[in-house]
Each structure stands twice: as C-alpha cells, then as structure tokens.
Design a protein around this ligand. Structure first.
Ligand code: IVH
Length: 703
C-alpha cells in the first residue's frame, strides 16, 4: 500500500517537474529574449524553488538540461557570440538574516577561521556585462548570455558615456576583463516611457527590461539615445600586470582607472554588521535612482575566494541577499474612475487585496485609457501589481497566460462620474477631463491637495473633515480656510469636532500662513506644476504678484521650464476665479513672498556654489533652489568668485577649472555637512522628495 502511494507521489512529482521545466523555459524566453516578462521575478523564483525542491527529493529526476543546472539566458545569434574565457557565475540567494548567518557559518567552517572581511555591494537590477580591454582600449563587450557564451554588444556599449573606451594609466595589464552591470536610472526610465507613451510606442515594463532592450539594439544610435549607465564590480581575468590581493582593493583599483564603482559599497568584519547593512537597505532602496534587488556579500580576500571555489555555477565565496518582492499578482476585480483636482478622469484598479512588501494593496493606479489599452489590462484579469516606497501602487500588466476569455475591456465613461457633465478630451493628450469647474469632485480634490504634504501642510484636515466643510458650505476653496475662525459655531456643529479640536484646527491653519512661497504655489494645484517646479518658479519670481503678471515667454525663459508648463501657469492666472483665490490669500495674511518663507534665511549668504556631476541625495535643481533659498548664489560655471565647487559622480570639466582657480572642492557628504552646519534643512532628501514630486509630476502630467 505504502509503496503504491509513494509511487503515485513520485509520478506526480515527475510530471510536476516536467511541467515546471517547460514553464520556466517559457518565462525565461519571455524575460531574456523578448524582454517581455509575464510574471514577477518573485514568481519566477518560486517556480525555480519548487523545481529545486522536487529535484532535491528525487535526484534521479534531474535532467542535464534542467534550468537548475545552468545559468539562464540564451544568447541571440544576430549579435555574434562571444565565448567567455572564464564563465560568468550566478549567485546563491539568501532571503533572511538567518540565511546570511548560515552562509557565514558554512564559510567560516570551510576557511577554518571565525573572522574574515566581507564586502557588501548593492545588487544592481540591470544586466551583467563583461568588458575586455587590450592595450588600454575597450575591444569587446559581451552580455552574460548563458554564462559561457554571451552576445557581442561592443558597438552599443561604446555609446555608454560612463564606460571608458580607452584607459590612460601606467602598468596596466596587457589584456584584462572587467565585469559589471549595465542599468537604466529610474528617472531616465520614466522619462523614456513618458516619451514613448506620447509617441504611441509600447512601454517598457521596468528599467531592467528597458536597459536590456536598449543594449540589444541593432542600431547603436538608438542605444546612444537611451539613458544607460554602468557600475563595475569585478575583475574577470587578466594577463600581465599586478593586481591587488583583496576584492576591496580591486574596487579601488578599478575606480582609480576611471571605472564607475558603486559609492555605497562597504567592507565589514562581522556578520552582524552585514545583516544590519542588508536590512537597512531593505527600507531605503527607494532612495537610489536605480533599482537594486538585494545586496551581494563577497568574501574580501581573493586568496580565500580561490580557496572556497564554486559549487556548480554558484561561488561559495559570495551570496545575494534578496529583498522581499515589491511585486505580486492578484485579480483585478473592476476598473473605476475618479476625478482629479484638475478635472482629469483617472481610472484605477480595484483589486482583490494582496500583501506586497508588508502592506495590503487593494487599489492601484492605471494612469489613463491609452495606457490601459497599450498594456491590454482588462477587468477580470490576473495582474502584476507593483508597490515601491510611498508611491501609489501600480498595475504593471496582465498575466496573459491566465486569461479565460471572460475579461472585459475598459471604456472611459462619457460623462463625469461626479457631476454628469459630458467629458472632453484635450487634443494631443491622453487624458479625459470634466470641463465643469464647479464639479464637486474637482473642488474636493483641490482642497485635499491644498492642505496636503508639501503644499500648505495643514494638520488635522483629513478626507472626512474636508468633505464636511464643503458640504456645510463653509469652504469652497483653500483660501476659505483662512476665514474659518469667523465660523466657530458652525464648526462646532460638525461631527467629531469639539472645542479643543476646533482650536487645534484653527491653530494649524494659522501656522500655515508662514509656508514658503514655493509651497503656496504648489498648493494652488496648477496643472504640470509639481513641488520642484513650484520651487523653481518661486525662486525666480520671488513673489506671487510677479508670477501672476509674468507672460508665458518670461516663464519659459527659466532654465528647466518648458512651454507646456509656462502656458499652463499663464492659463491658471488668466482665470478670474483663480486671481480671486490669491486675493483672498493675500487678505488673510498668507505669505506670498519668497524671503519671509525661508526658515534660516541668509545662512549661506555671500557664498557662491557651482554644482557638477550627479548628486545622490537631491537633484541639482533642488540643491540650487535650496542654496538660493538660504541666501547663497548658485552659479553655472566656475569663476574666481566661486566659493565652492560641489562634485557629484561623473564631474565634468568644471573640476579642472576649479583646480585652476584654487576653488575649494566639496564632495557630496562634505556639501551636506556644510549645509547641516549652517542649519539648512535638507528636507527628506532626494529620495522622499523625488518620490513625492515624481508622483505629483506624474499626476500633473495626467491632469
Ligand atoms: S557578482 C560570482 N556583484 O547579479 C559573482 N553581481 O545573480 C557574480 N549583479 O549576474 C556576480 N550587482 O548580473 C555581482 N555587485 C554585484 C552585482 C551583481 C548585480 C548581478 C549580476 C549577476 C547576478 C548574479
């Protein structure tokens, strides 16, 4: 009896293993060759893990071509094949601190020593590349492919500016290979997809897919137009020359040669520090402008690495700590539409609730009708949902293999769901609008925006109070809030508002009168004007009146402001009702001038800063705005008047100029330290700020 049951279980496992292998092959093809994955990485990993578990229980079921036996990826012949002299390995995964500690114990046992240094590196979510230099010249660049043979992408990689084409250094090895990761920045990816959307082209699913698609272009000019970048992290092999004894020194050596090495890399002596580093990045990965899916931990001493060797395709001297997935699949129950603050009709997905990275997601944005159609998302579909940091969850796309035929395609309603006014579509834009400016939904969203974070920041006005205030006729727009103190009695009639909470509410409304001009401009909810744009405008005009009086030409003359934005600002202030709002704000004593807003005004006065290269913590525009807000000057070129040159990664020729003038050079940490010394608040830095402005800008673009 038992044997029969066992036999049946065995047959079931055997069938399941075959099924898993064919599913994995299908998804690998979609991922590596077509750059159009249908399932999330986490789901793919789950398939692999299930197969590994079956094979571990029945080793006789392992086939030589099983995906567990090789590094995935099929090189595409069109590009020409490069045979790797030393195979490109993959990495074993750790999913928890305990997994890392277990790896450390094993490694410790093999090395017969308790202590050894380890290097932790962000695991860049791009595609691996192997670069061969001969006589200091880049001669070959290849993808990983299956680890043994990759595609020749030399012509395309030569267009990536941060990859040196020639090295200028004494005592270079005659020939050597450097390995690293090509990736696309998140901001570059969003911009590219936005432009593709406008041009009616299919969108890329992720920065990774976009990078992979970009290096596989037959025309290098196309690659050159894509915002690609690379971090290098390993020496594959070398002929001649001496190289360092530890991985950490190799990284220093690469960096000195002009290769881009990730600035977040750290060396640690204990596994506790390593675990803390990995867990620390789990919540902070959103702060980087590139996607990372984990941390790679490597044994530092190269002699130890050799001693440890590899099992199959996985080195024993390294392991990848994988972050919990930010994607999951769930059922899209239906598509609803809400009305934004500028009247835009925003479709959103109502989902069967699903847990993603610790939070339950039941709603996700769908952008606009064109996007829904492009991605072919239908009600009833199983969809991939993505959640990242504090950004609104998004529907990435449908899982086509789960289609039953019962799904329903989406159609935009013909009338506004809130006020039933027929909707209109602005020519050349993807959005539909409710043209009724009195539409209650629009007014409500505008008010919500006005009191929100980064705008007037008024505590205590949540969704329900905002609704009550409007329904009671106490408030029609944000400016009416400043007359609420005249309506104490009516306020006390509202649900859940007692004496104390009314006092608190009125106090926080009063306090908001001192917000900097940039926040007031942002609070107005002008289409296309996100947080960063509002700062730029406030800085340039210095007062609300000047901004109101400016022509579109004057506005668009500011660096970083395009004509669409300028026209939109113009259109906003040409409406009487909007000018009346400003009048009400002025009458109430709300700050409408730049100077009085800055908290620690003047703390940088007398200093002239020039920024070059890319900063991690805040964008260049934001840094310049911050400098100006605090009384400093932000210049665009180094002169003898320049006090400080701030250098980010990849500084340009300005550095040489600064050396010529003897200008003091600050790297980013030194710059941040100087600001902090002077009491200049950096806010939440690029990360939070970017995530917020990006979300706001995305909304603005839609509205
Ligand atoms: S080391 C044996 N370091 O992750 C060493 N890999 O799963 C293998 N990756 O193919 C590579 N960032 O594409 C290494 N800092 C990093 C990495 C990294 C991303 C990718 C790489 C590799 C894959 C391994």
């Amino acid at each position: 009896m038992t044997t029969q049951t066992e036999n049946r279980a065995y047959q079931r496992d055997k069938l399941r293993a075959e099924e898993l292998r064919s599913q994995i092959a299908y998804h690998e093809h979609r991922y590596f060759v077509l750059d159009q994955p249908e399932i999330s990485d986490a789901q793919f990993d789950a398939l692999m893990q299930e197969l590994r578990a079956i094979e571990a229980a029945h080793p006789e079921l392992i086939t030589p071509d099983s995906p567990t036996q090789r590094v995935s990826g099929t090189p595409v012949e069109t590009f020409g094949i490069v045979e790797h002299r030393v195979p490109l390995l993959s990495l074993a995964n750790a999913f928890s601190g305990d997994d890392l500690r277990a790896w450390h114990r094993r490694t410790s046992g093999l090395l017969e020593r308790e202590q050894f240094s380890m290097v932790c590196e962000p695991k860049i979510d791009g595609l691996a590349v192997a670069l061969v230099y001969e006589g200091g010249k880049l001669t070959t660049a290849a993808t990983r492919g299956d680890g043994m043979r990759g595609e020749n992408i030399t012509r395309n990689v030569r267009t990536i500016r941060s990859v040196p084409r020639a090295l200028d250094a004494a005592r270079l090895p005659a020939r050597f290979e450097v390995r690293g990761e090509i990736y696309m920045t998140k901001s570059g990816f969003e911009k590219l997809n936005f432009e593709r959307g406008e041009a009616g082209l299919p969108l890329f699913a992720s920065p990774r897919n976009s990078a992979a698609g970009s290096v596989r272009q037959l025309d290098p000019k196309v690659t050159a137009s894509r915002p690609l970048d690379a971090f290098l992290y390993q020496l594959g092999w070398q002929e001649g020359g001496t190289t360092p004894a530890t991985h950490h020194e190799v990284l220093g050596w690469l960096s000195a040669l002009g290769f881009r090495v990730n600035p977040q890399i750290r060396r640690f002596e204990s596994i506790d520090e390593v675990v803390a580093f990995c867990e620390g990045w789990t919540g902070r990965r959103e702060t980087l402008d590139y996607e990372i899916d984990g941390i790679v931990i490597k044994v530092d001493a190269l002699a130890y690495q050799r001693q440890l060797g590899a099992v199959g395709r996985e080195p024993r001297w390294a392991i990848a700590y994988k972050f919990p997935p930010t994607q999951a699949t769930t059922k899209l129950l239906r598509i609803d539409v809400n009305v934004g603050r500028t009247g835009s009709l925003n479709p959103f997905a109502v989902l069967e609730p699903v847990k993603i990275a610790g939070a339950t997601v039941s709603l996700a944005t769908l952008h606009n009708e064109d996007d829904i159609r492009r991605k072919d998302i239908r009600a009833g579909d199983t969809v991939i949902v993505q959640r990242a940091g504090d950004v609104i969850p998004q529907v990435v796309g449908p899982v086509l293999s789960k289609r039953t035929g019962k799904e329903r395609t989406f159609r935009m309603p013909k009338t506004c769901p809130a006020c039933k006014t027929p909707v209109a579509r602005v020519e050349g834009e993807a959005m539909y609008y409710c043209p009724n400016r009195q539409c209650p939904a629009q007014r409500f969203r505008l008010l919500e925006h006005f009191v929100g974070r980064g705008a007037m920041d008024i505590d205590g006005i949540g969704e329900s109070l905002a609704h009550q205030l409007m329904r009671a006729g106490l408030v029609r727009d944000g400016a009416d809030l400043y007359r609420l103190h005249e309506h104490r009695d009516e306020l006390l009639q509202l649900e859940r508002l007692a004496q104390k909470s009314v006092d608190r509410l009125l106090a926080s409304i009063e306090a908001s009168k001192q917000r900097p001009l940039a926040q007031v401009v942002f609070a107005l909810g002008i289409r296309h004007v996100g947080g960063e744009m509002a700062s730029l405008l406030a800085n340039h005009f210095g007062g609300m009146q000047a901004l109101m009086d400016a022509s579109a030409a004057e506005i668009s003359a500011i660096g970083g402001v395009g004509m669409t934005i300028a026209e939109s600002v113009r259109a906003f202030f040409s409406l009487d009702e909007n000018r009346r709002i400003i009048e009400k704000l002025r009458a109430a004593g709300v700050n409408l001038r730049e100077e009085s807003g800055g908290a620690r005004e003047g703390s940088l006065s007398g200093m002239t800063f020039v920024i070059t290269g890319h900063l991690e913590r805040l964008s260049r525009d934001a840094a310049e705005a911050l400098i100006k807000r605090n009384g400093g000057t932000a210049g665009s070129s180094v002169t003898k008047k320049t006090t400080y040159l701030v250098v980010g990664s990849e500084p340009g020729s300005k550095l040489a100029k600064a050396q010529q003038w003897g200008t003091e050079v600050l790297d980013e940490p030194a710059f941040v330290a100087l600001l902090e010394d002077r009491g200049v608040a950096l806010g939440q830095g690029r990360d939070a700020e970017d995530a917020r402005t990006r979300a706001a800008d995305r909304r603005d673009r839609r509205e």
